[in-house]
Ligand binder design. Structure first.
Ligand code: GLN
Length: 513
């Protein structure tokens, strides 16, 4: 049975497709439908590991949350993770398929297309409705032929389309009309409505333009969505998270995250940005680390190349000076690997460099393997040294995504995270170490800062060492105490916004007619 479906496409990247898909999923969920989000292909370094140990893009995770369901890799069967040099790692159905160049992928697409249809049908079986998302713009005429994410996908499963334009970017009429002009007659017929997103002005002034637009395109405008800001975990590679700057630095704990060229999983730091008493920002240049109390080395899709970036850009001396001054460093996944002594790459994963010296701040060695570790984990803090004093036994949850295996540990290293569960089964191993001085911390666990019972005492101990109050760091506002409840409230607000500004009646008739 062909289930009701609709696809949101955009006139460009970042016009708000992901969020509107999440919003429509929420509306349908509230109205009693079993709805799933879907996007055939994502390009992003911000992925997620499902309960089944499969990897997928984070936008569909956020949308699944809005739809009130668990994320499943079938909701995003293709994930492209760029490693640099026109190459990328391709994740298909949640598993590593292989590394390919853009050209190799282009040639592989026809074969993939057949499989995509089967996978889509497998997903829709379990649901009443599917809300699909396109990627970038459907008017990339050079890519149309092999397309499997915009009109190619819509055609594959015979889905109607709603086209979204971004008025904040400017040129919204031209981009909507232009996009439609570049589509074939067949494709244009699929477009059942257009939506104007991110509107900041006076609707009365816009209205005549909407009428003129409809007269030109003969497709109804299904809504004008006002510009809004909600705390939703968007994952697009084009993102504004890096532009955030701390306001006043005095009396705050200064956290700097190094902006690596292949930085992955920046959602690890969402929690930090929601805290009071800290000033968190990204640093692209070594001098920006001068005033940091805590330096974080984030995950990376290409650890070795990013490590070389740190060396070439002159980060190394300042990282060592930071430690020598008794200040703290924290590495997650790729960042953890970089903190070590040596990195071996016999199978030439991610890059063509075989072996490289690490930053030598933590006595570990890492080797990149052909097998990828993808797992959700649970554990707890097992050290009470240094800044971990108040964290002992506190639970930790997160996930691991890495090709590298840390194969050698110095005996003087102190374990600080012990796991007790991976993917729902008992598993006891150490997955995080700090140096004997408890200044340099490293772990493979993404999402380690999400549990405040660890994050708050850890950061408050750092704040204390700086001479700030012992309780100076807390969650901003009281509404955030329960992160899950906070996110739920954001999804409801989003649904309300769409109910107020979208012609849902027409959208329902597009879906269910
Ligand atoms: N997520 C990460 O930071 C991955 C680290 C590294 N690229 C690996 O695969 O091992």
């Amino acid at each position: 049975m062909h289930k009701p479906r609709v696809m949101f496409q955009g006139t460009a990247s970042s016009v708000g497709k992901s969020v509107l898909v999440a919003g429509l999923c929420r509306v349908l969920h509230e109205d009693g439908y079993k709805v799933t989000p879907y996007k055939s292909q994502n390009m992003s370094l911000n992925s997620y590991i499902t309960e089944e140990g499969k990897e997928m893009g984070r936008a569909q995770v956020m949308q699944a949350e809005a739809a009130g369901i668990k994320p499943h890799a079938l909701m995003n069967p293709i994930l492209i993770k760029p490693t640099g040099d026109m190459k990328a790692q391709y994740i298909i159905e949640g598993e590593v398929f292989k590394d390919m160049t853009a050209m190799e992928y282009q040639q592989f697409k026809p074969e993939l297309k057949k499989r995509l249809k089967t996978l889509y049908e497998k997903l829709e079986d379990d649901f009443d409705v599917v809300v699909l998302e396109g990627a970038g713009s459907p008017a990339e005429i050079n890519l149309r032929e092999g397309d499997i994410v915009n009109m190619g996908m819509a055609e594959l499963i015979d889905s109607p389309v709603i086209l979204i334009g971004d008025i904040d970017k400017g040129g919204v009429f031209a981009s909507l009309v232009g996009t439609l002009m570049l589509l074939s007659e067949e494709e244009r017929k699929r477009v059942k409505g257009v939506v104007i997103n991110k509107f900041r002005g006076d609707l009365e002034i816009l209205k005549p333009g909407l009428k003129m637009l409809e007269d030109i395109i003969h497709i109804p405008v299904l809504g004008v969505i006002p510009y809004f800001k909600l705390a939703l975990e968007d994952e697009d590679s084009v993102s504004t998270v890096f532009e955030q700057h701390p306001s006043t630095l005095e009396e705050k704990l200064i956290i700097k995250i190094i902006r690596l060229p292949h930085l992955s999983n920046f959602t690890d730091f969402n929690r930090l940005f929601a805290l009071e008493g800290v000033a968190v920002s990204y640093a692209s240049k070594p001098h920006e680390l001068e005033d940091a109390d805590l330096i974080i080395l984030p995950g990376s899709k290409n650890t070795i190349d990013d490590l070389n970036f740190l060396k070439e850009e002159g980060f190394v001396p300042i990282l060592h000076r930071h430690k020598a001054a008794g200040k703290t460093l924290f590495g997650i996944c790729g960042g953890y690997q970089m903190l070590g002594r040596k990195l071996y790459n016999p199978s030439l994963m991610e890059t063509t460099i075989r072996e490289v010296e690490g930053l030598n701040l933590l006595s570990i060695d890492t080797q990149f393997e052909t097998e990828k570790t993808m797992t959700q984990v649970k554990g707890y803090i097992v050290s009470d040294k240094g800044h971990l004093k108040g964290c002992l036994n506190q639970p930790i949850e997160g996930y691991e995504i890495h090709m590298g295996q840390t194969i050698w540990y110095d005996e003087s290293l102190v374990p600080f995270v012990a796991l007790n569960e991976t993917l729902g089964s008992a598993d006891h191993r150490i997955e995080g170490y700090h140096d004997p001085d408890a200044l340099v911390y490293g772990t493979y666990i993404h999402g380690i800062f999400d549990k405040l019972s660890f994050t708050l005492p850890f950061l408050n101990a750092l704040a204390c060492a700086k001479g700030l109050g012992a309780d100076s760091i807390k969650l901003a506002g009281s509404t955030h105490t329960d992160y899950a409840a906070f996110k739920e409230s954001q999804y409801s607000q989003l649904a309300n916004l769409l109910r107020d500004h979208l012609d849902l009646e027409t959208i329902y008739s597009i879906l269910f007619k």
